[in-house]
Design a protein around this ligand. Structure first.
Ligand SMILES: NC(=O)c1ccc[n+]([C@@H]2O[C@H](COP(=O)([O-])OP(=O)(O)OC[C@H]3O[C@@H](n4cnc5c(N)ncnc54)[C@H](O)[C@@H]3O)[C@@H](O)[C@H]2O)c1
Ligand SMILES: O=P(O)(O)OC[C@H](O)CO
Length: 332
C-alpha cells in the first residue's frame, strides 16, 4: 500500500518541528512556508533560522510556497498562528483531506475554536485536533513527547491518523473530545502569561502553584460550558500542557508575562514580535466569551487588563483582594 502523502501547513517553530518528527522515519514531508526566502533556506540549507534555529532539518523535508500543491496531499497538519488559520485555509484550493489542527487559540471577532473555523472553510475535510505539552525544539530534537489526538467521535479517523502521526518518541493518545483538546491548549496560554507575571514580580513558587490550580479551575468552568469533558482537561492537552507552559521560559507566553512582571509594557512587547505568543491574542476573546456566558475567570480577566496596559501592581492587588470563598465546587 502506498503511504498517504503528508504535509505541514505553516513553517514556524511548531510546524517545522512536526515536519522533522514526521520525517524521522524516512517518509517524505512537504512543508508550506509563507515566506519565500524561508522556502529557499529550507530547501537549500535544511535550516529554518527565523523560527527554529537549533535544528538541522531532514533531507526528506521539502518546502513549498504553493498552497495548491498542499491541497493535493492526503493529510495536512495545520500549524499557522490561530488568528491566521482561517485566511490560510481559505486561500487553499478546496479538496477533501485529513486536516489535523495543531494551532492553539480562539479566533478574535468570532469566538470560534479552530475546528469551527476549519469546518466552515473545509466542510468536506475530516478534522482532528492535536494538542499537548510540546515545546517545538524538544520535538525537533526527537525527545519523548505525548499528545492528545482528538478525532471527533470517529474511531476510523483515529485508526487512519495514528499510524501516520505516531513515531517511536511521539505518542498520540486518542479522544473523541475535540472541544476539550482545543479549550485546554487555548486557555493554558493565557494562564502561562499570568504565571510569567508572578515570576517577573518575584512572587515565589507558592503563588505560581496557586495560579496553576486556580487557573485550572477556570479552564474546567470554561470547558464545561463548551461541552468539553473534565477527563480531557485533566489530560495531556489540558493540565499537562498547563504545567509545562507555566513553568518554563521556553514558553513564549510565560516569557511575555515575565517581562510584563519586570515592568515592560504590553505595547512595547507586542510591537515587533516575530514569533507568536497566542495567549495575548486569546485573552481578550476568551474574557469576552466568559463575560457573555457568565463564567467567572478572574485570572483570565486580570491578564486581559494587563495586556490593555493596566498597571501590574493594581491588577495583582485586585486579584489578591477578592472575597474569600469555597474552593470546591469551583464557582469563581
Ligand atoms: N512553538 C511551539 O513550541 C508550539 C507547540 C505547540 C503548539 N504551538 C502552536 O502552533 C501555532 C504556530 O506557532 P509556531 O510556534 O509554529 O509559530 P512561530 O512563532 O514559530 O512563527 C510564527 C509563524 O507565524 C506565521 N505568520 C506570521 N504572519 C502570518 C500571516 N499573516 N498569515 C499566516 N501566517 C503568518 C509565520 O510564517 C510563522 O510560521 C500556534 O498556535 C502555537 O500556539 C506552538
Ligand atoms: O511557547 P508557547 O508558550 O507558545 O508554548 C508552546 C507550546 O504550546 C507548549 O505546549
Amino acid at each position: 500500500m502506498t503511504q498517504p502523502r503528508t504535509g505541514v501547513l505553516g513553517a514556524g517553530a511548531w510546524g517545522t518541528a512536526l515536519a522533522q518528527m514526521l520525517a524521522s522515519d524516512g517518509r517524505d514531508v512537504l512543508l508550506w512556508a509563507r515566506e519565500s526566502d524561508l522556502v529557499e533556506e529550507i530547501n537549500t540549507q535544511h535550516r529554518n533560522t527565523p523560527f527554529l534555529p537549533s535544528a538541522v532539518l531532514s533531507d526528506n523535508i521539502r518546502a513549498t510556497g504553493d498552497l495548491a500543491e498542499m491541497a493535493e496531499l492526503d493529510m495536512l497538519l495545520v500549524v499557522t498562528p490561530a488568528q491566521h488559520l482561517g485566511s490560510v485555509l481559505g486561500e487553499m484550493p478546496a479538496h477533501p483531506l485529513d486536516l489535523v489542527l495543531c494551532s492553539k487559540g480562539i479566533e478574535r471577532g468570532t469566538g470560534r475554536l479552530m475546528n469551527e473555523v476549519a469546518k466552515a472553510i473545509a466542510p468536506d475535510s475530516a478534522i482532528a485536533v492535536l494538542s499537548g505539552p510540546t515545546f517545538a525544539h524538544e520535538v525537533a530534537d526527537g525527545l519523548p513527547t505525548a499528545v492528545t489526538l482528538a478525532c471527533g467521535g470517529k474511531e476510523a479517523q483515529w485508526q487512519r491518523l495514528a499510524p501516520q502521526i505516531a513515531r517511536k518518541n511521539f505518542r498520540p493518545y486518542y479522544t473523541t473530545d475535540v472541544a476539550g483538546a482545543e479549550v485546554g491548549g487555548s486557555v493554558k496560554n493565557v494562564l502561562a502569561i499570568a504565571c510569567g507575571v508572578v515570576e517577573g514580580l518575584g512572587m515565589g513558587q507558592n503563588a505560581r502553584a496557586a495560579l496553576i490550580a486556580r487557573g485550572y479551575a477556570e479552564m474546567l468552568r470554561f470547558g464545561e460550558e463548551l461541552g468539553a469533558e473534565r477527563e480531557t482537561l485533566a489530560g495531556l492537552c489540558g493540565l499537562g500542557d498547563l504545567v509545562l507552559t507555566c513553568n518554563s521560559t521556553s514558553s513564549r507566553n510565560f516569557s511575555l508575562g515575565k517581562a510584563l512582571g519586570e515592568g515592560r509594557t504590553a505595547e512595547e512587547l507586542m510591537a515587533d514580535r516575530k514569533t507568536v505568543a497566542e495567549g495575548a491574542h486569546t485573552a481578550p476573546v476568551l474574557a469576552e466569551l466568559a463575560r457573555d456566558k457568565g463564567i467567572a475567570m478572574p485570572i483570565v480577566f486580570a491578564v486581559e487588563r494587563l495586556l490593555e496596559g493596566d498597571p501590574v501592581d493594581e491588577v495583582v492587588s485586585a486579584l489578591l483582594a477578592r472575597p474569600l470563598r469555597a474552593e470546591n465546587p469551583p464557582q469563581d
